[in-house]
Design a binder for this molecule. Structure first.
Ligand code: PMP
Length: 428
């Protein structure tokens, strides 16, 4: 392999749209990656605590998934097939049934929308509206559900919403768990406006929720809050959609992030890591009674990405035939939490929150979070910020990371936080 002395970004600067963002946070040119590691063209290695924004839960170029993919490609397996029946899709559905749905007593029909998270959310919203005949959707403060218009209408971030260029309607935001720092009882507002005929709230078709808001700043919904939400929905005949695009596939420990609450959502969206290898794939799951679609009523040229079915099947077989991975996520999550709690005890204005292997270090001063990510990159660690003011350093390492690698990355993070906070202390 040839390495260069410094990355050449000329063509990106000249030709690529201003919309690019991660390339600004990490101003280098990446070439290859394996497991927890990603390398740039200068030969520099970085520990990856970003994992494709949650699309690489099983690491980069996972060898088991890679072998399955290479074998499939070499056998001239179907690459593109819209929603035709294929052997790859059959194997995926059978494996998903056997290893994921049946053991959890979940009876869901599976829709393959276009292969991104926002496609899965659009399908969920459309279906909820079609089933109920109602228009409005309740979403939560700081929610993130994607960039297409329907998903954006239930997303909180004002900068992203402004990008729509048209009014985003038929959604009503409600306070997410702990929005009032525990000062207002759960659902006080939501329950009240639902039941008050003078509140002006149109009866919603559905409520869409993330159990942990990843983009919104690693905000955690408590299991009891999720249970109360599920009860509220079922007693008022409102559909409950859990958007598990980022928190599903074991990110918080169990395969589905809502398992911790013991609830059964009416509709579930999955994408990012469901394809296993970072290949695009998305699922919208729903209770059979909701399957009122007419054939082709919702479609997409790339629905059903067959190479992703192959790697998805291999990932389920490798990691979800037992609970070893789920348990290890809890243990590694505790390891991360300990390091973050240590930092927040050492420095003023820091707090921590997280579940499983999504953990956040919250800064009272958002500019510090950004400085930490920049310093971490310079020291060989990828991590991004999230939250409405980018005030949270969000850690999403691959679930398959070793404890030694985790320790190494946490060491770089600790050095970076120490450097940034010390510098600020000296300046103060
Ligand atoms: N829902 C959630 C919870 C997400 O985190 C994301 C992506 N960050 C999406 C939907 C949208 O997924 P995509 O970018 O693949 O459209």
């Amino acid at each position: 392999m040839t390495t260069v002395l410094s990355p050449d970004t000329t063509i990106f600067d000249q030709r690529e749209s201003e919309v690019r963002s991660y390339s600004r946070s990490w101003p280098t040119v990446f070439t290859r990656a394996r497991g927890t590691w990603i390398q740039d063209e200068t030969g520099r290695d970085y520990v990856d605590f970003f994992a494709g924004a949650g699309a690489l839960n099983y690491g980069h170029n996972n060898p088991v998934l890679k072998r399955a993919l290479i074998d499939y490609l070499e056998s001239d397996g179907i690459t593109h097939g819209l929603d035709m029946h294929t052997t790859a899709k059959r194997r995926f559905l059978e494996t998903f049934d056997d290893l994921i749905l049946t053991p959890r007593r979940l009876d869901y029909k599976v829709q393959f929308p276009g292969p991104t998270g926002t496609n899965a959310v659009e399908a969920a919203l459309k279906l909820a509206r079609k089933v109920t005949g109602r228009e409005s959707i309740v979403n939560f403060t700081n929610a993130f559900h994607g960039m297409t218009l329907g998903s954006l209408s239930v997303t909180g971030n004002s900068m992203k919403r402004a990008g729509a260029g048209i009014p985003l309607v038929h959604s009503t935001p409600m306070p997410f768990d702990n929005y009032f720092d525990g000062e207002t009882p759960d659902f006080h507002w939501f329950e009240r406006v639902l039941d008050d005929s003078g509140s002006g709230l149109n009866r919603p078709a559905a409520v869409i929720v993330e159990t942990v808001q990843g983009e919104g700043g690693v905000n955690i919904a408590r299991p009891e809050w999720l249970r109360a939400l599920a009860d509220l929905c079922s007693t008022r005949d409102i559909l409950l959609i859990v958007d598990d695009v980022q928190m599903g596939c074991g990110r918080t420990g169990p395969f589905f992030s809502f398992e911790v609450a013991g609830i059964t959502p009416d509709i579930v969206t999955l994408s990012k890591s469901i394809g296993g290898y970072g290949l695009p794939m998305a699922l919208t799951l729903f209770k059979p009674a909701l399957d009122v679609w007419s054939p082709g009523e919702h479609n997409g040229t790339f629905r059903g990405n067959n190479p992703a079915f192959v790697t998805a099947t291999a990932a389920l077989e490798q990691y979800w035939a037992d609970d070893i991975l789920a348990k290890s996520v809890r243990a590694k999550g505790a390891q991360v939490h300990t390091a973050l709690a240590d930092l927040s005890a050492r420095f003023e204005g820091l707090d921590t929150r997280g579940r499983g292997l999504v953990q956040g270090l919250v800064f009272e001063r958002p500019e510090q979070a950004e400085a930490v990510c920049r310093t971490a990159f310079e020291r060989g660690l990828l991590a991004e910020t999230s939250g409405p003011s980018d005030e949270v350093v969000k850690l999403l390492p691959p679930l398959t990371i070793s404890t030694d690698e985790l320790e190494l990355g946490l060491g770089i993070l600790t050095e970076s936080v120490t450097a940034v906070c010390r510098e600020q202390e000296l300046r103060a």
